[in-house]
Ligand binder design. Structure first.
Ligand code: 6LC
Length: 424
């Protein structure tokens, strides 16, 4: 690719060493193991560098490397990492200190109504219960609890500066007898007692992005009483192989003949720029799904451990229902809220294409090349969500697939692998 040429006469490549294992996805990405020494020839972007390992060159994610060979420059490394917060909390909580994201979340009817419904359908059982609302934001869930049920207390925990307004909203709505607003990170706050219910809206893009779930798990282990309730109680990530004709046309096919000119030399650049990372905020048409979706990852909020988040694997097997072009995979999540009453109905929040669109929408993972598939073909493989070893709110999604054709003349098996950094 472009960077390769520039580097052929690069006299002094920079020595770096791998902080962690990485499995390259696209054919132009390198795979390496923790401790491997790589030579960096070029840094065409902040996230992806052009490097060499054992004579082979390819792209590597910059955040997986640290300068110097293994064992060298330990001190410098310590200084470096202390400069930048791996959780990026200043930026993260800074953005939740403003209204934009709260407006987006509150205007999301499916999301907000789902939490309201959970409180409403459990209102009898919530009587005299102690509730913790982790990451309460403007306090909407706590307010639902106080207005629709009679908990003894709701601890509304919020780390961003929005908390000042949350206090005002609690007062304004005459809920200060029930809701105690606590300012700070859930990991650091102290409560006077254990809680019966831990409720939180922690789900990010592709379920885990932002990894707020870690804060929820730590709070669970510290503050949820034995036998207490987690809301949501479980979460699942769904995946489907799909067509994405217009997105492909807009970003890739565009270069074929714009204004009667051949711009195809830009296609590899387009692929790098538009298809390396997943496309967030994508709304897939149900008719673009090539098969029924499949739950690839299931998280039980009672048993899930923080260490499990480092690498989560799932498998899929799809039967193609109608012929079409396989452009990529689309992912979304569903969460379930168990009832406090035995036998009571659970509440579900589904962010998929057959439900009302939510502010999360769906996440599209584009293949490098579209593949024609036919009814009866099968697409099977694995998905791995690997948490970034440095940037704790980020992860890489690796998809590995094989297409098994059902028709005689095309009876072959095509395989592919691709890794998508989200976001670093
Ligand atoms: C919810 C995010 C809200 O939770 C937002 O107001 C943020 O400041 C707060 N929050 C996140 N992590 C913590 C924590 N550890 N302690 C206290 N408050 C926290 C929506 N975000 C997603 N669902 N992705």
């Amino acid at each position: 690719m472009q960077a390769e040429k520039e580097d052929e006469d690069d006299a002094s490549p920079e020595e770096c060493y791998a902080r962690s294992d990485f499995t390259g996805g696209a054919s132009d990405q390198l795979s390496f193991s923790s401790g491997d020494k790589l030579l960096v020839h070029a840094k065409p972007s902040t996230d992806w560098w052009w490097a060499e390992l054992r004579g082979v060159r390819g792209y590597v994610p910059a955040s997986y490397l640290r300068p110097g060979a293994a064992g060298e420059e330990e001190e410098e490394e310590e200084e470096d990492s202390s400069l930048e917060d791996p959780w990026q909390d200043e930026e993260y909580f800074g953005s939740y200190g403003m209204l934009r994201l709260h407006l987006e979340m509150l205007s999301d009817k499916s999301r907000t109504e789902a939490y309201r419904q959970v409180v409403l359908s459990n209102s009898a059982s919530l009587r005299n219960k102690v509730v913790m609302d982790l990451g309460c934001g403007t306090g909407i869930i706590s307010l639902f609890c106080a207005q629709l049920a009679q908990p003894s207390v709701v601890y509304a925990v919020e780390a961003s500066s929005m908390v000042e307004y949350t206090r005002q909203l609690v007062k304004q709505n005459a809920c200060e007898e029930v809701i105690t607003v606590l300012q700070g990170r859930a990991e650091e706050i102290e409560l006077p007692e254990q809680v019966d219910v831990l409720v939180s809206e922690w789900m990010g893009n592709c379920l885990l992005f932002e990894f707020m779930v870690e804060s929820v798990l730590l709070a669970r282990d510290r503050w949820l009483r034995e036998g207490g309730m987690m809301w949501p109680s479980s979460a699942a990530l769904a995946l489907v192989p799909c067509q994405a004709d217009s997105y492909y046309a807009e970003k890739m096919a565009f270069w074929e003949r714009p204004y009667g000119l051949d711009f195809t030399p830009l296609q590899s650049l387009a692929q790098q720029e538009f298809f390396t990372k997943p496309k967030f905020s994508y709304l897939i048409e149900p008719s673009d799904c090539l098969s029924p979706p499949c739950d690839v990852i299931y998280l039980d909020m009672y048993t899930l451990q923080v260490k499990d988040l480092e690498e989560i694997q799932g498998q899929f097997h799809f039967c193609v229902e109608k012929s079409g072009v396989f452009h990529g995979f689309t992912a979304w999540f569903t969460v379930h809220f168990e009832s406090l009453e035995t036998g009571g109905a659970a509440v579900e929040l589904n962010t998929g294409p057959n439900s009302e669109p939510t502010h999360w929408k769906q996440t599209l993972f584009m293949l490098d090349r579209p593949v024609s598939v036919y009814a009866g073909d099968s697409i099977s493989g694995t998905i791995v969500l690997r948490r970034n070893p440095v940037w704790r709110r980020h992860m890489t999604v690796t998809l590995h697939w094989s297409i098994n054709s059902s028709t005689e003349e095309t009876d072959n098996c095509q395989v592919g692998t691709k890794s998508f950094p989200m976001w670093r």
